[in-house]
Design a protein around this ligand. Sequence first.
Ligand code: ATP
Ligand code: LTN
Length: 337
Amino acid sequence: MFCVPRLRAFSGIQPTSNSLHLGNYLGALRQWVRLQDAYDCVYSVVDLHALTVAPDPAALRERVRATAAQFLAAGVDPDKSVLFVQSQVPEHTQLTWLLNCVTGFGEASRMTQFKDKSAKVGDRGVTVGLFDYPVLMAADILVYDAHVVPVGEDQRQHVELSRDLAIRLNKRFGEGTAQVPEAVIVKAAAKIYDLQDPTAKMSKTGQAAGIIELLDDPKTITKRIKSAVTDSGSQITWDPDAKPGVANLLAIYSALTDRAVSQIVSDYQGKLYGHLKSDLAEIVVETLRPFRERTAELLSDPGLLDGILEQGRERARAIASGVYGRIAGRFGLLATR
Ligand code: ATP
Ligand code: LTN
């Protein structure tokens, strides 16, 4: 009997806050869970990326565990997928150096997230780490020979850079040096917007009132949705340009109920924004209730979580050391073993 090897998926989320938000969940995490049955999945808490915002060490330590617990609570299954912490697999940083040496300075300077983030911190706060962030991300992906990378829309350019680097390695050192990855971006939930500023993406660094954190209590969630900015007029229609606030609420509603936006719009004919908001608040609260409970359970059993991360580290390392050895060899580096 033939056994066709499964394609591999890789993705990561930074441990930059105590709780992930609805954008992380709908844009990324939910896709991760869905891919588990069809792909060999490798998912990581990318703590090295989080160092670019100079976190407090004690807070970082907590957040690494809290982020891993949330992956599990969302449905990442450690029996199916590899779940590990990026810094525990040294091949990520080793491959980063090799990729640094084939990445153009101008190419890295064109990354829009780097430009946005460096504009926010100002010249004096910009580190080499922030500049190199997309190259580390490319190493994350290439060191697992990943075929697909489930992410939100904001990461498209970074995955594109990983593709370009893989193609470049194959040209320079021969086909088979690197697997060329592809982004998997689910259009409907690719970009969830801030509830207070529906032209900006919902982000961990945004104002609290514009974000729904996955671990928020029901009262906070309800308050945030009820005070979401809506647009002038009162008709519930799908018009992302003229009514971005309402469109964002409809997109969240549709993603959480798996119902088409057109169906939701027709159900709300003749109803007011307030109706939509209170129904959506209930949907979000009920979706997140079991998630919050499961996360708390996992965090109360450190032994279980540590065991899962240790097993993940070993499995990740087994893949990454082989791939790194192959690529390093093509560069002409001597084998380490
Ligand atoms: P920040 O909020 O500081 O920009 P982030 O939340 O974008 O950080 P990560 O935590 O590393 O950064 O993002 C994890 C995943 O969540 C990525 O795949 C990203 O594309 C996705 N994501 C983040 N925000 C959104 C959003 N508003 N809508 C859809 N997907 C999102
Ligand atoms: N830069 C990503 C997080 C990230 C990632 C990765 C995503 C780091 N390494 C590899 C996919 C694959 C972000 O969302 N901010």
